[in-house]
Design a protein around this ligand. Structure first.
Ligand code: 5GP
Ligand code: ZN
Length: 112
């Protein structure tokens, strides 16, 4: 199966990695919409939030704890946005679940 984020996880496609552990990879977005724009993704391929299963609960909890650590490490002192686009109408363009961390400017109008 072709998946650009699986390729990034396997490191067959280059990325600017911000954080990595056995379950999670965080890397800079190629087309940043804010001064800080990082994508946090499980190494395991899950297509979207809509495909999450009961056994993924710990993984998603782990990701959210790491998001807070990464935001702290990146110096997002005045806050940040965590964004997940789910499916076509949700604006998801890469079908491997990921969470955007956006920060470094006011994001109160972006987009909700
Ligand atoms: P989505 O629209 O699915 O929520 O977010 C996908 C994000 O992946 C977009 O913000 C896009 O800029 C980013 N992206 C797409 N292709 C690549 C890539 O090859 N490398 C990196 N680092 N980001 C990518
Ligand atoms: Zn994938």
């Amino acid at each position: 199966m072709d998946c650009i984020f699986c390729d990034i996880v396997k490191k067959t496609k280059p990325s600017h990695i911000i954080y990595e552990d056995e379950k999670v990879l965080a890397f800079k977005d190629l087309n940043p919409r804010a001064p800080i724009h990082v994508l946090v993704t499980p190494k395991k391929h899950i297509t979207s939030a809509n495909e999450l299963k009961e056994h993924d609960k710990d993984l998603i909890g782990h990701i959210f704890l790491k998001i807070a650590e990464i935001a702290d490490k990146l110096g997002c002192k005045s806050g940040y946005k965590i964004l997940n686009n789910c499916g076509k109408d949700g604006g998801q363009t890469v079908p491997h679940i990921h969470f955007h961390i956006l920060a470094g400017r006011s994001l109160d109008q972006f987009p909700c």
